[in-house]
Design a binder for this molecule. Sequence first.
Ligand code: FAD
Length: 289
Amino acid sequence: MKNFFKLDKPTLSFEIFPPKGKGDLSKIFDTVDALASLDPDLISVTYGAGGTSRENTAEIASRIQNDYAIPALAHLTCIGSTREEMRATLGRLRDMGIKNILAMRGDIDGEGTKDFAHASDLIRFINENYKFNIFAACYPEKHIEAYSMEEDLAHLSDKCRFGVDVLISQLFFDNAYFYKFRDSVRKLGISAPIEAGIMPVTSPSQISRMVTMCGASMPPAVQKIVRAYGHNSMAMREAGIAYATNQIIDLLAEGVDGIHLYTMNLPEIAKRICENIRGVLYSLRVKRG
Ligand code: FAD
């Protein structure tokens, strides 16, 4: 299995989500089969995002490592958990051989917080008691709850002080936000690699959901795509692939540490994007290596 931490940059990771409920896992492993053939450096598995199940994250991540020999990243949220519950969850992840955790607070719902108010509390708890590699979330356009970018960056800095190996960014459609954010992060002395989160836009409803959920700005070029192709699903999909490709090519040109592709469990779209970017990605790796 590749060692994600020893790979040449830029890295390429994929994100998938488990099925809702306990469900049959065969479909998700069809998706993993197809994604594995694209030779990613890591596959991450979400935890309860968008109403999907939390129960299967560890099992899917463990099988990605064991059956496909691909490094896996298990997402984990702490809001609503007690220390005891978190100990049980982390013990299970450790016993299943999980090495990498994306440690997050999670979205505030009716439950309220218990022993962990922020992701930094979870990161500290993990690093004091376990030996996982820690990934954390970051927000090029600030987290939706944060009053200002400065405030959010200060909290990110605190989070990183507790020991973060890699940052993965929220999706964005305008690279200018990412570059500004990356400059600010580096000025604060945070040196963890930052993988840029890219979600291909495939339908008008998906994009409006994302804008509402995470506050990503829609640049004029994306608005134009939605206006021109939103009524034609095939054209919209093709335009979305082209837009994500261009975003990634530009990020690679600007020396991004890695790309994190939100695949939405659609391997055909990930495949098309990979075909478009692979030549550039690999030649950069050779050059830097
Ligand atoms: P935090 O880092 O705790 O930040 C949350 C907010 O609190 C921010 O506004 C921050 O500025 C503020 N804050 C932080 N520390 C302090 C402090 N000490 N005092 C006051 N304010 C503070 N959600 C899921 O449920 N499941 C998933 O699998 C999932 N995967 C994700 C993957 C990625 C790459 C990203 C970017 C997000 C993902 N999310 C997922 C969403 C995430 O859970 C939400 O964005 C959540 O609202 C914040 O989590 P966090 O870890 O960034 O929180």
